[in-house]
Design a protein around this ligand. Structure first.
Ligand code: MN3
Length: 334
């Protein structure tokens, strides 16, 4: 099924005077529409035609041959997400768990605001500024061109498009003023808070990631009895809870809540043995073990993670962390 341009969640003029109806018209019905149209053309008759958008993004992220598909799929995902990040009379400080986490991880709202503006303004050329969850903590990052954070295993909460087409008609070269207006008047913090909640127990995302983590580990060639037991657990009665969470998430994402749809199935996977995979397996196994639905096999999976086999995963995680601190050119360029 071909992808469709999602309707804006508010009228075009709703974000004035901070973003004009003219900008919204071009940005949504020309730029975003063109990404969707190009994506549909590029995937027609290919292996990607039947995949979900997130799957296409992940499957093409590292492939030079599929660069065009990746760019257009990424831009479709990013823009669909971006429209949800704004609302009339938005902006200001979030409260609740998100406000607490900004305090804890980013040194408070004012520091977050400065960092977000600095990161978006400092992104040379085209790209996106994001508030993400990375290994359980909030972080402010920029990505180049059309790259969504899921490619590097991060969970997106909020984004601002810093391509020139997002602000040029209203702000000309003053990107900094556009980002400030976005933060002060437009941010939909309820959406960001909902995204934060989507990571929790029983969510589609959690269940999906757990399943992918287990499958990847089981297929990694490092499997022994305990990993197989984890796999069997997922296939057996204990897995039912996770599968029904996943199914429920899917149903919801098909139906009434578009925002969940934009969010559903954030898989955040990188290659075999990567930091992301290790972290997700770890998180999935722990979540399952703590869920109160654990049986002996889940306990075995947990102890596997704590034992020699887990050492493999922890090494991969450690290695990924090191790379993300500087040695990995792909991450460094952000
Ligand atoms: Mn744009």
């Amino acid at each position: 099924m071909a992808f469709e341009l999602p309707a804006l969640p508010y009228p075009r003029a709703a974000l004035e005077p901070h973003v004009s109806a003219k900008t919204m018209e071009f940005h949504h019905s020309k730029h975003h529409a063109a990404y969707v149209e190009t994506l549909n053309k590029l995937i027609q008759g290919t292996e990607f035609e039947k995949m979900r958008l997130e799957e296409i993004v992940q499957a093409t992220a590292e492939s030079a041959a599929h660069k065009k598909i990746f760019n257009n799929a990424g831009q479709h995902w990013n823009h669909s997400f971006f429209w949800q990040c704004m609302r009339p009379s938005g902006g200001g400080r979030p409260d609740g768990a998100l406000g607490d986490m900004i305090e804890r991880d980013l040194g408070g709202f004012d520091k977050f605001r400065d960092k977000f503006i600095e990161t978006g303004t400092g992104r040379f050329g085209s790209g996106w500024a994001w508030l993400v969850v990375e290994a359980g903590k909030l972080a402010v990052i920029a990505t180049p061109n059309g790259e969504p954070p899921m490619v590097s295993g991060r969970h997106a909460l909020l984004t601002c498009d810093v391509w020139e087409h997002a602000y040029y008609l209203d702000y000309q070269n003053r990107r900094e003023d556009f980002i400030a207006a976005f933060l002060d008047h437009l941010v939909n913090w309820e959406f960001a808070a909902e995204r934060l909640g989507l990571q929790g127990e029983g969510s589609y995302t959690g269940a999906h990631q757990y399943r992918q983590g287990v499958e990847r580990f089981a297929g990694s060639g490092k499997v022994s009895e305990a990993a197989s037991a984890a796999r069997r657990a997922f296939e057996g009665p204990e897995g039912d809870a996770l599968r029904s969470a996943e199914e429920e998430g899917r149903k919801r994402s098909r139906g009434e809540d578009r925002r969940r749809s934009a969010a559903a199935g954030q898989s955040g996977v990188e290659g075999e043995g990567s930091y992301s995979a290790a972290r997700q397996y770890d998180a999935g196994a722990e979540r399952h073990a703590r869920s109160g639905k654990s049986g002996p096999a889940a306990a075995a999976a947990k102890s596997a993670l704590e034992g020699p086999e887990g050492a493999e995963l922890r090494r991969a995680e450690q290695d990924g962390k090191k790379r993300s601190k500087g040695e990995n050119p792909k991450l460094r360029k952000r």
